[in-house]
Design a protein around this ligand. Structure first.
Ligand code: PEP
Ligand code: MN
Length: 358
């Protein structure tokens, strides 16, 4: 159920409707839009009892949302969600492409800084690097943990880049949310409902990667888990699915981009690195991702990929990253997008997330 407020409804009227909904035992999710605020109602087992909601002041209409995902749906919010990073001009969603670049794993301070310096100089706004790695083998490199988180916090302070890194369970979620700007939930955890709910209790952006065999509905329902807990800053990421094709590691499903955009207001990035598993396929698929209308690219970059402790074969060299940026910059205007290079950090407080949260 969705309560659509009148365009001129006041903040007090919106608040009163939310309180009314909660008094009925449901959860209210106010979603401000450009024209009007809509309030999603969740927490109901069956049909929501409309009661006298329609008669409350400021209410335009009450409508039934037929889709299983509600808060992720365009029915609730027509305009695209734009995620902002306080104190900076970085955004994810909207007209500007968001570029997330960095190694698969943080391997050392030297490695991380060498890569960060190059991707920052080329114009990425976001730096990625795994601190906790979900590896197929328990004997493979598992990540440097907190040490890696601290290295990335230093990178934010030095280059201004906002930090995206993965939490693999509820324990690491707490640490990652303390140090990073965006928490990543990986493909293997897309249906870890406990982790999704915990991420939903955070008040910071969550990058949700598509499970390797997830349908569009399952993907959006996973986002709904996070949103149902009150965290509406969800960024989707297509990273390839398992198919019979073996010329690539996964099959990058670019058709999910327009499919998501039709149904949902959430931004969607494309990861051509995990999506192909092969360095020489990354650039062509990054170009295609921008052409298909993705809100940005997440890409693995390594200055010495032959020595990488994880995902070396799919990591591109910094000069290939520079070429990728040049090429997508040219494609962007054709689909009414723009590649803005670099990140402007406006306030001292934004320099350090850690300082802000303490
Ligand atoms: C990653 O981004 O390094 C990663 C492990 O991705 P995925 O969850 O898509 O495999
Ligand atoms: Mn990786």
């Amino acid at each position: 159920m969705l309560v659509v407020m009148k365009a001129q409804a006041t903040a007090e009227q919106i608040q009163a409707v939310c309180e009314h909904i909660e008094a009925l035992g449901y959860r209210a999710h106010p979603m401000p839009g450009a024209q009007r605020t809509a309030i999603g109602i969740t927490g109901n087992q069956g049909e929501v009892d409309r009661g006298n909601i329609e008669e409350l002041s400021g209410v335009a209409e009450v409508i039934r949302v037929s889709k299983a995902y509600k808060l992720a749906s365009r029915d609730v919010k027509e305009e695209d969600t734009i995620i902002r990073f306080p104190g900076t001009d970085a955004t994810i969603g909207g007209r500007n492409l968001a570029i997330v670049a960095g190694p698969c794993s943080i391997e050392s301070r030297e490695q991380a800084f060498a890569i960060a310096e190059q991707v920052a100089a080329t114009g990425a706004q976001f730096f990625r690097g795994g601190a906790y790695k979900p590896r197929t083998s328990p004997y493979a490199f598992q990540g440097l943990g907190v040490e890696a988180l601290k290295i990335m916090a230093e990178i934010r302070d030095r280059f201004g880049l906002r930090i995206i890194t993965e939490a693999i369970d509820n324990e690491t979620l707490e640490l990652v949310s303390h140090w990073a700007d965006v928490v990543q939930i990986g493909a293997r955890n897309m249906q870890n409902f406990s982790l999704l709910k915990h991420a939903g209790r955070l008040r910071m952006p969550v990058l949700l990667k598509r499970g390797m065999s997830a349908t569009l509905d399952e993907f959006l329902m996973a986002a709904e888990y996070i949103m149902s807990e009150g965290n509406y800053e969800v960024i989707l990421c297509e990273r390839g699915v398992r198919t019979f094709a073996d010329h690539t590691r996964n099959t990058l499903d670019l058709s999910i981009v327009p499919a998501v955009q039709k149904l949902s207001h959430l931004p969607i990035l494309v990861d051509p690195s995990h999506g192909t598993g092969k360095r020489d396929k990354v650039l062509p698929m990054a170009r295609a991702a921008v052409a298909v209308g993705a809100d940005g690219i997440l890409v693995e970059v390594h200055h010495q990929p032959e020595k990488a402790l994880s995902d070396g074969p799919q990591s591109i060299y910094p000069d290939q990253f520079a070429r990728m940026m040049d090429e997508i910059e040219q494609i962007a205007p054709i689909v009414d997008r723009k590649l803005v290079r670099g990140i402007r950090v406006e306030t001292v407080a934004a320099q350090s997330h850690v300082a802000k949260t303490k």
